[in-house]
Design a protein around this ligand. Structure first.
Ligand SMILES: Nc1ncnc2c1ncn2[C@@H]1O[C@H](COP(=O)(O)OP(=O)(O)OP(=O)(O)O)[C@@H](O)[C@H]1O
Ligand SMILES: [Mg+2]
Length: 288
């Protein structure tokens, strides 16, 4: 474990399989930690698809952040400093001075009361960051250690690929959590993810612990799904969360409303499921 004193836990939500509910889960858990448990939470979107960003930011807010001369995104964390100082087209000095920017230039504050949820948004431009740029994968970790010490939790939404961004997320993380869709084909990816994680963390000389596996998109009346869930629970009794998130149009609608499920449909069962998952998340991560 590479814990830095006074720094909150950094946890990546990761699965190489696309569309298993990673973004939905991380956004809702991050929000619930801040809203229901008064935690100070930073959500970092390292996916060029920027789905976590558009879940939490209305279109106008996102465009305003992108067009602002003083606001930054995840791209500015990964971008080499020289690219920041000079425009490659005119050779003139760039407007954004990243090297002097404090955390407040990177974040969009989603919710603030006793608890707090900040977001470092992503953008499509993230794809131009080159893996060959030396030490790019260490930049997120260094940034968080230097600038993000005031949070209880820093949660990272990973893309569904093993890329420089997933590597950067894992290098910055103390722990990881795996959202999974309980169908036979989705669970096949789990051993592969674990093999990659073991190899990558061994080579980096770090340990990243598993918080657990959370079933998403659960259809409780589907026998095949129930069988997959039972099997995995038997194989990994300590890892699988007791609570899960069911499949519902209400969940996908909450994305368009830019609200977490428990604020969009507070009385419906999916809200309760998110809150149960969050309680379990807190129990599983407390004491470290
Ligand atoms: N429990 C659910 N019920 C219904 N729809 C859901 C549920 N969870 C997520 N969705 C919808 O399914 C789609 C994929 O979900 P999400 O973006 O969370 O997955 P992901 O694993 O992050 O995908 P990617 O691999 O592309 O990053 C989204 O449109 C989302 O709104
Ligand atoms: Mg996603």
């Amino acid at each position: 474990m590479r814990k830095v004193p006074d720094m909150g836990q950094v946890i990546s939500f990761i699965n190489m399989k696309g569309g298993v509910g990673k973004t939905t889960l991380v956004v809702n858990v991050a929000y619930a930690l801040a809203y229901k448990h008064d935690k100070k939470v930073l959500l970092v979107d390292v996916d060029p698809q920027f789905n976590a960003s558009t879940y939490l930011m209305k279109e106008k807010q996102y465009v305003k952040h992108m067009n602002s001369d003083t606001k930054h995104t995840i791209v500015d964390i990964f971008k080499p400093k020289y690219a920041d100082r000079f425009s490659t087209v005119t050779g003139k000095k760039g407007k954004k001075k990243k090297h002097k920017a404090s955390l407040s230039h990177y974040i969009f504050t989603v919710y603030e009361n006793d608890g707090r949820l900040d977001l470092i948004p992503s953008e499509l431009n993230l794809m131009i960051i080159q893996a060959s740029e030396r030490m790019t994968e260490n930049k997120l970790r260094n940034f968080l250690i230097e600038k993000a010490t005031q949070y209880d939790y820093i949660l990272i939404d990973c893309p569904p690929t093993i890329s420089i961004f997933t590597q950067a997320a894992i290098l910055a993380s103390d722990k990881y959590l795996v959202p999974i869709k309980p169908d036979p084909l989705s669970t096949i990816g789990l051993p592969l993810l674990e093999a990659w994680l073991e190899d990558f963390t061994d080579n980096a000389g770090i340990t990243v612990a598993c918080v657990g596996i959370v079933f998403c998109f659960v259809r409780s009346r589907t026998l095949q799904m129930q069988a997959v869930m039972e099997d995995l629970r038997k194989q990994r009794p300590d890892e699988v969360f007791d609570s899960h998130l069911g499949l519902s149009i209400r969940v996908s609608e909450s994305v368009e409303r830019h609200l977490p499920v428990f604020r969009y449909v507070p009385r419906l069962k999916w809200a309760g499921q998110i809150l149960d998952i969050t309680e379990e998340f807190l129990n599983r991560t407390s004491g470290d």
